[in-house]
Design a protein around this ligand. Structure first.
Ligand code: SAM
Length: 287
């Protein structure tokens, strides 16, 4: 049985009276090489376990099941459970858990299902929860690696080095906590129903320590958010909101130039180290 064969997909889903839900981001893979490659690249092996988000019909779940000691697959849509009962019938090491990944205590789930084990997260993520799902996986601290398929443009932004102009506040947050790698593209014609955008697979490897040492983490991310929230403004102008009028423009300019940056620089041109230096300069001025 080919779980990525389009005729097979239609036959199985019809047998269970299943209809795709656009609002749940249900675009199922129709090319076998994709789940095979995700499973191969995610890092899981016979001594470690995997958590999958959104198994759908189970094409990636089966590939993970072949490689991992055990797999837990979190699926929100109850209508897929009878389908998964059929497609995963031979996968003894898989447990399907009903739930919303955004409301699941992922650390507790891993400790309960896989005590003491190294766990990897894997997913063909539904587009509508890309950022919160990645944040939930990363913030849980439960995973040795997170390999996910997302919209191609999002993948490019997440992996773009900070300071190149292609990054975002979200990519800086990710690169602060993890090493981000762009693995491979997945064209839109690899799915049913076909989405309007292409996808790509990325791998995030959480860091033992944040990528840069920061004096005040909240202030660091406030500065990042302010800079990217007002991309067209210079950093000096965007920074004003962070300090609630405490510093005038001259002081803010001084803060920026003290860090070796041009007074007219935009936030998108700063590296993580620049933001860390800026945070320290602001902390010093506030003391
Ligand atoms: N893994 C399958 C594949 O690659 O063919 C399906 C991927 S499909 C893009 C996304 C899956 O995530 C669907 O099965 C959908 O029902 C499920 N899903 C959507 N929102 C979810 C959520 N909040 N928590 C868990 N699963 C969710």
């Amino acid at each position: 049985m080919g779980l990525c064969d389009i005729q097979e997909i239609k036959t199985i889903l019809a047998r269970h009276g299943f209809r795709f839900s656009k609002s749940l981001g249900q675009n199922f893979l129709t090319e076998q090489w994709v789940p095979e490659r995700i499973a191969a690249e995610c890092g899981v092996d016979e001594n470690s376990c995997a958590v999958e988000v959104g198994p759908g019909m189970g094409c990636l779940t089966v590939e993970l099941s072949k490689r991992a000691e055990k797999v837990a697959a979190i699926e929100i849509d109850r209508a897929l459970f009878p389908v998964l009962g059929e497609t995963l019938a031979d996968c003894d090491n898989v447990e399907v858990v009903q739930g919303d990944v955004l409301k699941t205590d992922l650390k507790a789930l891993c400790e309960e299902k896989f005590p003491g084990k190294t766990v990897y997260a894997c997913a063909n993520l539904p587009y509508y929860i890309t950022s919160p799902a990645i944040s939930a996986l990363l913030d849980s601290g439960a995973f040795a690696g997170i390999t996910v398929m997302v919209q191609k443009e999002v993948a490019e932004r997440i992996c773009a080095p900070a300071g190149t102009g292609d990054s975002s506040a979200f990519s800086i947050y990710i690169q602060y906590h993890a090493r981000a790698e762009y693995l491979f593209d997945v064209p839109r014609d690899c799915f049913v129903p076909q989405p309007k955008v292409d996808s790509a697979v990325i791998r995030l490897t959480p860091l033992a320590q944040p990528a840069v040492q920061v004096e005040n983490e909240k202030l660091f991310f406030d500065l990042v958010r302010a800079a990217f929230g007002q991309r067209r403004k210079t950093l000096v102008n965007a920074m004003g909101t962070v300090f609630g009028g405490k510093f005038d423009k001259e002081q803010l300019t001084e803060m920026v130039t003290y860090c070796g940056l041009d007074a007219r620089v935009r936030g998108e041109r700063l590296s993580l180290e620049d933001y860390a230096r800026l945070t320290s300069a602001a902390c010093a001025l506030m003391r």
